[in-house]
Design a protein. Structure first.
Length: 434
């Protein structure tokens, strides 16, 4: 039996995941509308043998004055990036609240064809009223309604991808293009969707794009357990990661699926230096670029409170327990854990959240970062990581050139791609038509 190995996705976001990354003198801020910038980042991740690159997505502009948020639409960008790469997976967020199953299934199947089997879908339900108001809704639907809709959405998308069998295309110029008996309608009629089908895209190279999900709430974890083939997690430290990992793997097993075939990948922010002091200085220099008012506004968006009058060098005011919080659960729970463990001042908490919003941060030499990654991997905290480079392209280059070789030397990460599809990278079988 082959030894278990790490999985890595590269989460590409603007000039980097640190909120002040764009403020650096040499940041790539002018390149955020240039597809070649993203193609170069994907090429770096592919050189590092990552499983995939990943784009998150949102449906509102945020506050344009505080820095870049979204730019190119992800599926459009990934289609171009597919032509500039050969092996790396291409994962996009698609909201089950703002799309329809037919639309999403068609786009993702098209990307899977364009990329020769490298597409993945990060299923989200979205979260902000500002997004809802761009899609004809006065406010976001309630949490339970969003997840009920998402469950039906996924079921319909899966059925659409299976509406063409692998042998449906006949391509007989004197007869049929496709065998009508191998192209099946759905005639789905549920609480949220009416979809006759079949899909108007033949079955794609992977059969179905790989499904990712980031489940933090109870409903989110249950949805991930039923459907996800990769799970993005928020974990501030190893104990939090271990608790989440054990819980979600238990839920996967309870759903009748093999937990070993579902990769749990916490977000990971890294600062790497020749010495630990150099890495820490790099982090501090970047933190210092972020205006305080922006940091407080970011914190306010995470906890849904106005923090503008908080005293920076005083302890963080008491926050409601997670059970009373109606916003996104994962990041809020992480903030509560940081406060509980570190008892930080407001200023210290802002620094913690500046890059990645509370995801695990590893700072040090390549060997020290590799030590921490190995500890999480071997201690029931992670199957791999969703790398969130704080500074692009620098942090991704450093990880690929300096940390990946250490992990390879320890036998923890591949030294070449064994397959050509995202499913093969993740050790997943191609699903049969249901």
């Amino acid at each position: 039996m082959a030894a278990r190995q790490l999985h890595f996705n590269a989460f590409l976001f603007g000039c980097g995941h640190h909120s002040a990354a764009w403020r650096r003198a040499l940041s790539p801020i002018e390149q955020l509308g240039d597809i070649e910038y993203y193609e170069r980042l994907a090429g770096t991740a592919e050189r590092g043998l990552f499983d995939a690159v990943f784009f998150a997505d949102g449906h509102s502009a945020g506050n344009p004055g505080t820095g870049p948020l979204w730019h190119l639409e992800p599926l459009t960008a990934l289609s171009a990036m597919a032509r500039a790469t050969g092996r790396i997976g291409l994962v996009s967020t698609v909201s089950a609240t703002f799309h329809t199953p037919f639309h999403a299934a068609r786009m993702l199947a098209s990307l899977d064809h364009i990329s020769s089997g490298r597409a993945g879908w990060n299923v989200v339900t979205s979260m902000f009223d500002a997004e809802a108001r761009n899609h004809g809704l006065a406010a976001m639907p309630g949490h339970r309604e969003r997840y009920d809709r998402a469950s039906e959405f996924i079921d319909v998308a899966l059925a659409l991808w299976d509406s063409w069998t692998d042998d449906a295309l006949v391509l007989d110029r004197k007869g049929h293009y496709a065998d009508p008996d191998q192209v099946r309608p759905l005639h789905h009629e549920g609480p949220h969707f009416l979809v006759d089908g079949p899909l108007n895209v033949p079955r794609s190279p992977q059969g179905r794009p790989v499904l990712f999900q980031a489940g933090a709430s109870e409903q989110g974890r249950d949805l991930a357990a039923r459907y996800a083939e990769g799970i993005y997690a928020v974990a501030y430290d190893l104990p939090a990661a271990q608790a989440y990992y054990a819980d979600v793997k238990r839920r996967v097993a309870a759903a009748g699926r093999n937990p070993d075939k579902v990769a749990v990948m916490p977000g990971l922010v890294t600062y790497i230096g020749t010495t630990a002091a150099e890495a820490q200085a790099k982090q501090a220099e970047t933190d210092a670029l972020l205006p305080t008012e922006h940091s407080l506004a970011q914190l306010g968006s995470f906890i849904r409170q106005d923090c503008s009058s908080w005293e920076l060098d005083a302890p963080v005011p008491r926050l409601p327990p997670a059970s009373e919080f109606t916003g996104p659960q994962g990041r809020y729970a992480t903030i509560l854990r940081i406060i509980d463990v570190e008892r930080p001042t407001v200023r210290q908490l802002l620094g913690r959240l500046a890059a990645g919003g509370g995801h695990c941060t590893m700072t040090g030499t390549p060997e020290q970062v590799a030590d921490q990654i190995e500890l999480w991997f071997t201690s029931g905290g992670a199957d791999g990581f969703n790398l969130m480079p704080p500074l692009l392209p620098d942090s991704l280059d450093e990880f690929v050139d300096r940390v990946i070789p250490v992990l390879q030397g320890r036998g923890l990460f591949r030294t070449s791609y064994a397959g050509s599809t995202l499913r093969e990278h993740l050790g997943l079988e191609r699903p049969a038509v249901a």
